[in-house]
Write a protein that binds this ligand. Structure first.
Ligand SMILES: Nc1ncnc2c1ncn2[C@@H]1O[C@H](COP(=O)(O)OP(=O)(O)OP(=O)(O)O)[C@@H](O)[C@H]1O
Length: 242
């Protein structure tokens, strides 16, 4: 089932058109990688998909239902923004409990969900440091854990690995793989080609706000580089796509 279907979507900041004629769909258990250089329109598209901006043209249909109740829909969507959206003075666990409570989780379920989100993202739940004392990579992992605290069916991740250490990057990519297997529909934006190759089942390449390629990973990525993209190949493929 298509959890998100984007039909001929366009967006303009005042007179400045930054997205045009965008079409794609994401089903349960699929990860759509949105690939593009800086300024291509990835964040704008992710924010629209998370229902935080309204398209200027076209539409997004969720769950095949054009008259879906947005209040209910928003509870099914987890959004990982590019900026860290956490309380700096609290520990990771305190942040997760806080966001879980916001979603109305209580007692055993809250405890279970916090433990699950922490495990999936590789966070030590007994970490005593405050968010402001953690590395950039750990902050990003907690940012993701907070977005999945309510077990959303649709997860939208806007460049979740920008500027972080290799270990955190690996943990995040593993978490995305596990969440895909558990049946979530995931939108994952990045400007790293190798990440998209590793975790995405479908790819949408954006260039200057337009789709320059869209298809399954098998269709778009040469067989010999699937699952093993060295830095050199990465550079070559970047130039090929972008
Ligand atoms: N709030 C805003 N107001 C006006 N223009 C904006 C705003 N946000 C983004 N833009 C413009 O929209 C275009 C697309 O930006 P967007 O942030 O969506 O791209 P991106 O692919 O996510 O880039 P990056 O990888 O740098 O985050 C850019 O030209 C940007 O300058």
């Amino acid at each position: 089932m298509e959890l998100i279907k984007c039909n001929n979507l366009g967006y303009a900041y005042k007179e400045n058109k930054v997205l045009e004629h965008i079409n794609f769909s994401v089903e349960k258990g699929e990860v759509l990688g949105v690939l593009g250089p800086n300024g291509a329109g990835k964040s704008t598209l992710m924010t629209i998909c998370a229902t935080l901006l309204k398209p200027s043209e076209g539409e997004i249909v969720y769950y095949g239902d054009i008259s879906i109740d947005y209040k209910k829909l928003r509870r099914k969507i987890g959004f990982v923004p590019q900026e860290i959206a956490l309380y700096e003075e609290l520990t990771p666990a305190e942040n997760l409990y806080f966001f879980g409570k916001l979603y109305g989780l209580k007692r055993d379920e809250l405890k279970l969900q916090v433990a699950h989100a922490a495990e999936l993202t590789g966070i030590a739940i007994n970490e005593r440091k405050k968010i402001k004392e953690l590395s950039g990579g750990m902050k990003r992992r907690v940012n993701i854990a907070a977005a999945i605290i309510n077990s959303p069916e649709i997860l939208i991740m806007d460049e979740p690995t920008v500027g972080i250490d290799i270990q955190s990057r690996r943990e995040i990519l593993m978490a995305v793989g596990n969440m895909m297997e558990s049946g979530k529909a995931i939108l994952y934006s990045s400007h790293y080609f190798d990440e998209i190759v590793k975790v995405c089942s479908k790819i949408l390449v954006l260039k200057d706000g337009k789709v320059s390629a869209y298809g399954t990973s098998n269709e778009l990525i040469p067989k010999h580089v699937q699952g093993d993209v060295s830095l050199e190949e990465n550079r070559l493929l970047d130039s090929f796509f972008l």
